[in-house]
Design a protein around this ligand. Sequence first.
Ligand SMILES: N[C@@H](CCC(=O)N[C@@H](CS)C(=O)NCC(=O)O)C(=O)O
Length: 367
Amino acid sequence: MPGKSLCNKKGEFKGLPSIFRETISLEHPIYKPAKGRYWLYVALTCPWAHRTLITRALKGLTSVIGCSVLHWHLDDRGWRFVEAGDGKKTDERNWFDVAGGITSTGLNNITPAAGVSNGAHRLLTDGTDEPHYGYKRLSDLYFKSKPDYDARFSVPVLWDLKTRTIVNNESSDIIRILNSSAFDEFVEDEPRHLNLLPQSLQPQIEEFNSWVYENINTGVYKAGFAESAEAYEKEVANLFHYLDKLETLLREKYARLEAEYGQSNKDKILARYFVVGDRLTEADVRLYPTIVRFDVVYHQHFKCNFATIRGGYPHIHKWLRNMYWRHTAFQRTTDFNHIKLGYTRSQLRINPLGITPLGPKPDIIPL
Ligand SMILES: N[C@@H](CCC(=O)N[C@@H](CS)C(=O)NCC(=O)O)C(=O)O
């Protein structure tokens, strides 16, 4: 979202519409489940793409649906792939097999001279190339699917290698496709049995998702992209009102678990400490990408600075660290370098000099 405004005349942020909304199922006339047929294009900085990576990992689909990672820097022409000579080549081992985690030397090793908007230094793995067609831009996939496409080129994209079309570019749909039983036959027992949307909890999950989406997931963007003080002030107050609501919900949940298992039985408590019900669901997957970005980006870059999560919300903080440190699918898909660089060096309307703040330290505190 570089350069151009995504706001209406009042300076209020409006999101990006998704127009590819197909699904994958045995009944679908075109998009049938198959191993190796579908491909996910993501950017690690993007919270919406992050949900799909977490779900892919949780469901054991990393060897069923491949994945390419766009360069973290978004420019006026949208997302681009890393090309040979433009940083590092794809490391198939890292990107395909694991949850999307990369090893990097860390943001703190970037010298001040790297404070340029396009990331001149290559001290981390910037992304991957496009392995199927050698495309240079995400837009190439959109035009291949729909030659007269005239909207923004957003990640995530779920792509069909057989028909060479975009199946879906809406993250909330993609996580449901990945969670469905469509790919069960290609997956090991354990992840296959994980259902992020159990029927008994569905109404609660939908209810939770709807206020979290409106006020927290997009709330940070509404505050950060606001182009008038009035719009910003309204949105930031609203965001923190809902973080307070979330904190209360988690405080009560934690107290209930303590009463049930005893205060000292931390392991048992943490094994059940999720936002809806006592098990991991889609609600955790959709909340996490926003909360893990909060202290490192949204607090300063989007001016969401009434409080940090670590400083002001002890129960959200505990939930966040529980997700990150106890669940590899969350940890290995979280790349703080891409997250920090992506926002602070791409969104130059907000941060014109493209200088990336180094803190907070550490990116996430141990549990
Ligand atoms: N509705 C979409 C929104 C995705 C979205 O906003 N992606 C952003 C990155 S965080 C993007 O790709 N923006 C490209 C651009 O603004 O040009 C979804 O949830 O999948």
